[in-house]
Design a protein around this ligand. Structure first.
Ligand code: TMP
Ligand code: ASP
Length: 236
């Protein structure tokens, strides 16, 4: 099978396949933070993040959340539907952490009830700026109705994941999703869900089991990811 690389991102590579509407996504061992300012390689990270993505996407399947994943090829790659990625980073926040504390001075750990759903422009050259709906109205290709579908889906995913993590003594603090449009115009969940794209705190201690360990130099990234995996019973 001839694979042509279509795109290389910070943590993944995307290849075309023999089927035009399908792609292969390869999870790299690279970690970046602060829009690529901080960059390192962690052996095993791709494999660990793919295992988390598999776990979380399979958790969503019975809840009728449509996703891009078709099958898993090996430890570090999966086959997915080719979609046109909607250039938004959709962030759901249950508790204050990260950029919202820096930007608005909110105290870390403050609860958002109801949860916040924010949109950021997916554009590294502009530093992924936060958007309001009024801005999105002037962007090509994102209809108001698309935005409502995305927000509803993101909040539904939040409910499913939060309740699940809660039952293991873990708080889902916030996370980022990406959505794509299929050739039939359907909006489905794309990208990944892993400790790279979520914040998870151990209940009671606020210990981070996610990429904040790397962003804030709080310890060994892969050990923290594997600790979370052990709590959830994920086999790496
Ligand atoms: P933030 O607090 O830095 O805005 O991040 C909010 C959530 O989104 C957090 O769980 C990390 C995730 N995230 C990504 O997955 N990719 C990114 O590029 C950024 C900035 C955040
Ligand atoms: N993934 C983003 C980056 O490198 C930011 C982050 O996750 O903090 O640059």
């Amino acid at each position: 099978m001839t694979l042509t690389m279509l795109y290389e991102g910070k943590a993944k590579k995307v290849f075309s396949t023999e089927i035009p509407q399908e792609i292969i996504i390869h999870f790299k061992d690279d970690a970046t933070a602060f829009n690529g300012e901080k960059k390192d390689v962690f052996a095993d990270k791709g494999r660990v993040n793919l295992a988390f993505t598999r776990y979380f996407f399979e958790l969503l399947n019975p809840h009728n959340v449509k996703t891009h994943i078709l099958s898993f090829i090996d430890d570090v790659s999966l086959r997915a539907k080719k979609v046109e990625i909607i250039p938004l980073e959709v962030v759901v926040r249950n508790y204050a952490a990260g950029s919202i504390c820096r930007r608005l001075g909110f105290k870390k750990g403050m609860e958002f009830e109801p949860p916040l759903c924010e949109f950021y422009l997916k554009d590294d050259s502009l530093g992924d700026p936060i958007l309001c709906r009024e801005h999105i109205r002037y962007m090509d290709g994102i209809a108001e109705s698309d935005l409502s579908v995305i927000e509803e889906s993101a909040l539904k995913i939040n409910t499913i994941l939060s309740e699940h993590m809660d039952s293991f003594g873990i708080t889902l603090v916030d996370f980022k999703l990406e959505f794509g449009k299929t050739c039939d115009g359907e909006i489905i969940l794309a990208d990944e869900i892993s400790p790279d794209t979520c914040r998870f705190w151990v209940k009671g201690t606020m210990e981070s089991l996610d990429k904040d360990v790397y962003r804030e130099n709080k310890g060994d990234l892969i050990s923290s990811y594997k600790k979370l995996g052990d709590i959830l019973g994920i086999k790496f």
